[in-house]
Design a protein around this ligand. Structure first.
Ligand code: FAD
Length: 532
């Protein structure tokens, strides 16, 4: 039985191949006693500066594990591995009656999982293939020409395609390694399998997305771009068909609804069809950008080594009086701030990095929690209107041409004007007090939070940093009602999935939710096999 061995230390610059002798040395073994060592987790530990080190966990096979466990079985860093049996994919007969709407991580992983059962589906994506989408996005960033169906939110690969491709998640799910293995198989860097904070980078992510599409096509999936699910036809309390672009009906028994958090027209359609939806809390704020070297200095002290990744951070502040929290979110080391609009007349910020994370600035969302009490009405879509209001204010403040309002960080905290404004956001920024755009409660919590963050990371509060706004698409403003069988409350055969349905936040958790939904469909088909 293989063993997990934790807390092995490597200094910056020391290669992973040394881990075998570290295991031997740690337990007074000969190198030959350690038959095999595989790195399963590696993280940076910079808590005791100036000492910065890597902490590693390995899976190892020893020549005499019984004798080893008799001696070290009580060591807290040693653990025998009991692996769960692999998921059994019983081949199911092809039904031809599954439709997936949305080709983000939820839709793509639902499709990949269905393929494991030998099933296929029609996949609808309102946007374009990733290669064409990339050209549209670049044209928006260069010239402010927005295509409302092909942008940072919409198109093959979903919202995270122009992202840092961070794969961290707070969800604990046995399928995490399944997702990571699939991503590596389709072209993601292999180290995502063991890094504590794995990331793919937008450049590699686009390649992964295109190779998943090619694989699905080979498996008989019918992939349709520029195909928006515009309506759902129901028959006797069950999905009967999906309507595409308002004119084509595709009969189906199973409809996976994975449209992401920006499909506002799709939410409106669900509301018209009486699908149960509830407003849900999310967070709004700005993107902050610091020089990456400054963040490295704060996090690593004076240690410089090319093997250390560009430093990141995660900060949180809770205001006990108001009950609101301010926190950093979707931090992109060595990245850029991106224009993430998907609606005309709205400015939305987000962040992305390439695989190498080699841009000169570090950016992160700094956001404050908001909930139904802030939205003004109790309509299920009140959160959408709240987002839209802030995005329109930002559009007007930026000059009405998709430039974004931006402000020096110190000027924002001190409620002044002036100071250097330097943002990587394209198509450009305009120096505007952000307090004129954000709700006062958000501004106040953000200011308090920033002062608190500076106590955690001395130097975070600096006139070298710029804030660009507004960051509104942090998670879904809506949750679509879903039962324990993953079907929409009141409409059999409709499977709301991923972030847009309110069941995920981020690439990894959306992919995991897509898998859960596909497994639920496979279970249904398995139970009904023969009745088609
Ligand atoms: P989406 O990825 O939003 O996919 C939904 C898809 O459905 C889209 O392709 C859309 O075009 C399509 N669609 C919408 N409506 C319809 C319809 N009616 N018919 C047919 N198709 C439709 N998360 C991370 O974990 N790490 C990161 O580093 C990260 N960075 C991000 C950077 C940016 C710029 C953005 C915008 C997001 C980032 N996220 C990140 C969030 C992450 O992208 C989302 O959480 C994730 O993509 C949600 O997956 P999803 O499949 O549920 O929805």
């Amino acid at each position: 039985m293989p063993l997990l061995v934790r807390n092995l230390v490597l200094a910056p610059g020391e290669g992973d191949e040394l881990l075998r002798s570290r295991v031997a040395c740690r337990f007074s073994l000969c190198d030959d006693d350690v038959v095999d060592v595989r790195l399963v987790r590696k993280s940076v530990d910079a808590r005791k500066k100036p000492q910065v080190k890597f902490i590693c966990t390995v899976r190892c096979t020893l020549a005499d594990e019984e004798a080893f466990l008799a001696r070290y079985g009580g060591d807290p860093d040693v653990q025998p591995i009991t692996e769960p049996p692999p998921h059994a994919f019983r081949p199911l007969s092809h039904s031809g009656r599954i439709v997936i709407a949305g080709m983000g991580p939820a839709g793509l992983f639902a499709a990949l999982r269905l393929a494991e059962y030998g099933l296929s589906a029609t996949v609808l994506e309102r946007g374009k293939p990733v290669e064409e989408r990339t050209r549209d996005v670049q044209s928006f960033w260069a010239r402010g020409e927005l295509d409302v169906e092909s942008n940072v939110q919409f198109g093959e690969g979903g919202a995270g395609t122009f992202s840092d491709g961070k794969l961290t998640t707070r969800v604990n799910d046995p399928n995490i390694s399944y997702v990571l293995e699939k991503l590596v198989a389709f072209g993601a860097p292999p180290e995502i399998g063991y890094l504590a904070k794995p990331h793919i980078g937008t450049d590699r992510l686009r390649i992964v997305v295109a190779s998943i599409r090619r694989f699905l096509e080979q498996r008989g999936f019918d992939i349709r771009f520029r195909s928006c699910l515009t309506d759902i036809v129901s028959q006797g309390g069950r999905v009967g068909a999906g309507v595409v672009n308002g004119d084509e009906e595709i009969p189906c028994r199973f409809l996976v609804l994975a449209p992401g958090h920006s499909a506002r027209d799709t939410y409106a359609m669900l509301a018209r069809r009486g699908i149960l939806m509830q407003p849900k809390p999310f967070a709004v704020g700005v993107r902050v950008e610091h020089p990456q070297l400054l963040i490295n200095r704060i996090q690593y002290g004076r240690v410089h080594h090319p093997s250390l990744p560009p430093a990141d951070y995660a900060l949180a502040y809770n205001d006990r009086t108001s009950g609101r929290s301010a926190y950093s979110f979707c931090m992109c080391p060595g990245g850029v701030v991106v224009a993430g609009s998907s609606e005309e007349g709205g400015v939305v910020t987000n962040g992305m990095s390439a695989y190498l994370r080699d841009a000169p600035a570090a950016n992160s969302a700094l956001v404050v929690t908001v909930g139904p009490a802030d939205f003004g009405t109790d309509s299920p879509l009140a959160g959408v209107e709240f987002q839209r209001l802030l995005e329109r204010r930002a559009f007007v403040a930026g000059g009405g041409d998709y430039r974004a309002p931006a402000q020096n960080l110190m000027a924002f905290v001190e409620a002044k004007t002036g100071g250097k404004v330097s943002s990587s956001y394209c198509p450009g920024v305009r120096d505007v007090p952000l307090a004129e755009i954000l709700p006062p409660a958000v501004t106040d919590t953000l200011r308090d939070g920033l002062r608190f963050f500076d106590r955690k990371m001395r130097g975070f509060l600096t006139a070298e940093a710029t804030m660009t706004g507004v960051e509104t698409r942090t998670s879904s403003p809506v949750r679509v009602g879903r039962g324990g069988d993953f079907q929409a409350v009141g409409l059999g055969g409709l499977y709301p999935a991923g972030e847009g349905a309110g069941y995920a936040g981020g690439i990894m958790s959306a992919a995991l939710d897509g898998i859960r939904v596909a497994d639920a469909i496979a279970n249904q088909i398995s139970a009904q096999e023969g009745s088609f």
